[in-house]
Design a protein around this ligand. Sequence first.
Ligand code: F6P
Length: 341
Amino acid sequence: MRVGVLTGGGDCPGLNAAIRGIVRKGVEVHGFEFVGVRDGWRGALEGAVVPLDVPAVRGILPRGGTILGSSRTNPLASDDGVGRVRETFAEYGLDALIAIGGEDTLGVAAALVGEGIQVVGVPKTIDNDVAGTDYTFGFDTAVNIATEAIDRLHTTAESHTRTLVVEVMGRHAGWIALHSGIAGGANVILIPEQPFDVDQVCAWVENRFKIRYAPIVVVAEGAVPKQGQMVVKDTSLDEFGHVRLSGIGEWLAHEIADRTGKEARTTVLGHIQRGGTPSAFDRWLATHFGLRAIDTVKDRDFGTMVALRGTDIVRIPLAEATAATKTVDPALYSEFGVFFG
Ligand code: F6P
């Protein structure tokens, strides 16, 4: 078989480990050939491919980013998109495609399967918001980076007796905020799933000062105040209809400073959470997903996605994985409320 591999959407640590797992097992066990599709769905639309063989994947396991490049191109945004993907399949003699991505990339994969194109999905994203899998790779690394940042911010916040607001990624889901906030001992954690009350946040902040500690507030970029709306960087939309987020941290620090009369500053972690070398867990998970994804192609089980359930890797329908975003359960969030304030 001749198999295309692409990585789409925001990059994350572990993508190269997944590509390596796919190619090593595909070549050495199944005798397959590969092409690398450049920059996610852009390469599939434009016929932009690169050679992808065992020498090409040597040494990439610990490297962040993706050797194939990525983009937020949406082939379904143009009328002839599906036809152009078919042409790329024909031009390079592809029998199947492995799409490694988050909800947008996998949503396109599910739609293409409906058009008779043979695709298998692999879930990745630092946001951990793909349904049907306990974890996506990239998440563990991002949580470790955010936790280390929170640890560092504690000491400087204490020295200056000020509030430090840490803005982390998470458009619709607060997984990074919740996990890093709990691991880092934050005093307030705000997630997109639960609109927050600014007065309550200030009460928690004041409480922290009363016991002579400096408050650390972790806020997901997609979090919204109860009486307000999402803060965006600019209102232009990408091809999947998303605005660029970031700004809630700055806004909240101003509100806290105004209402409490005490200094508050913001740190926006941004793309630092997505860059650099993957954690051991993400390397392991990405590699395991890669091995199982190529087995899935071998079995011609198209229209499915590999997923982690407990310690097992299973296959689930792409349609099921892309039907909804996996968000933080309110009961789980409130369980950690004992640490707020
Ligand atoms: O999709 C993952 C993600 O990291 C989101 O948390 C964030 O909102 C977005 O990507 C940022 O994307 P970009 O780098 O394209 O601005």
